[in-house]
Design a protein around this ligand. Structure first.
Ligand code: ADP
Length: 342
């Protein structure tokens, strides 16, 4: 594929992503308790004509933090500004967002755990008193001005609530943890989105995609899109159970929903570290990946499904891993393992 075609397809994917993302809170599937608490807070703020309290969402990637954050301003009927933690390197990067915030509007900061301490501290008075200190001029002419902001709502999203300092966390009166989705909930999401994409899908096929989606809506959506492409190219466009299975198999997604990267992680512990214990950094180096990527994107599901356990001395694979990979403990070093897994 040419570079242009890749770019076009990624732009198309982004557009489809937007099309699949629920626009209103009532379109969100699951997370019922979070939904209800947020609706009460939104309703109360609307009735009192006040800005909504600051909200912190935490949880693994792809569970709906951004989606909730973008639905809230729509429910409130206010505007939203989007910022990302890694882009806010110094307080001056934050100033335009704060001064542009109109009354009761929302400022969404994704990956808020990645803002440096100085930016975090700058947020304290902005969040608490809607006030910031601006330094104007340089050297001996520098003057600090106190600037009042319009009351706004900060919504932060993080995959690492533990990396946020206590004082910042405490300034969010509403903190919500998003949890993983059931197969039923994901089946519902797959069926709704198949309708949005105007593709016919068998109920069993929707469930098969859901069951292999690692309890995560973003993965369910990505897999649905791939299965749809496969159905268009290799079948008559309808997603039957057989089509869904063949497509997912071709993408390297197994019946537990593990992808090549997950199996490679498990195989690395078995092959290189004799089943563990192995330290996160050592596994990451061997796989040529960032430890953060492993910890945020690979391990949560493997820990939850008990394929791996964390011990004080490192990660250890369980009997379930040997069973799932269909290998015997001690078989690690053989080239056989490589052949079986990939
Ligand atoms: P996060 O910000 O937690 O990484 P997102 O909010 O970007 O995750 O969600 C990823 C995708 O999953 C969204 O584009 C949306 O289509 C879908 N999604 C997430 N949560 C839900 C939900 N509760 N109901 C329906 N779709 C959802």
């Amino acid at each position: 594929m040419t570079r242009e075609a890749i770019l076009q397809s990624s732009a198309k994917e982004k557009e489809e992503d937007r099309a699949l993302r629920p626009q209103r809170m009532s379109e969100m599937v699951g997370q019922q308790d979070v939904y209800e608490r947020l609706m009460i807070a939104v309703d109360a703020a609307r009735k009192r004509n006040e800005s909504l309290g600051h909200i912190l969402f935490d949880g693994p990637p792809g569970l709906g933090k951004t989606t909730f954050a973008l639905c809230i301003p729509r429910e409130l009927g206010v505007s939203v500004q989007l910022a990302s933690g890694p882009g806010l390197k110094a307080p001056k990067d934050l100033v335009p967002y704060l001064t542009n915030a109109v009354d009761r509007s929302v400022l969404f900061i994704d990956e808020i755990h990645r803002i440096p301490r100085a930016v975090e501290e700058y947020l304290y008075t902005a969040m608490e008193d809607f006030r910031i200190d601006l330094v104007l001029g340089e050297g001996i002419n520098a003057r600090t001005h106190n600037l009042w902001l319009k009351p706004f709502t900060l919504i932060g999203a993080t995959t690492r609530a533990g990396m946020l300092s206590g004082p910042l966390r405490d300034r969010f009166p509403i903190r919500e943890h998003l949890s993983f989705y059931s197969v039923e909930e994901l089946t519902e999401i797959v069926q709704r989105n198949a309708r949005k994409l105007e593709v016919k899908i068998e109920a069993k096929a929707a469930r098969e995609i859901a069951a292999r989606s690692r309890s995560t809506p973003r993965i369910a959506n990505n897999q649905l899109r791939w299965v749809r492409d496969y159905a268009d190219s290799r079948a008559d466009g309808e997603i039957t159970l057989a089509v869904a299975r063949a497509a997912l198999e071709m993408a390297g997604v197994d019946d537990l929903g593990l992808g090549r990267q997950d199996r490679s992680y498990l195989a690395t512990i078995v092959r290189v570290f004799g089943g563990g214990p192995a330290g996160l950094d050592a596994i990451a180096h061997t796989m040529n990946l960032e430890p953060d990527t492993l910890e945020d994107e690979v391990e949560p599901f493997l820990l939850r499904t008990e394929l791996v356990v964390r011990t004080p001395r490192g990660r250890v694979v369980t009997a379930k891993t040997y069973q799932h990979l269909n290998i015997q403990p001690g078989q690690g070093a053989a080239g056989e393992l490589q052949r079986k897994l990939f």
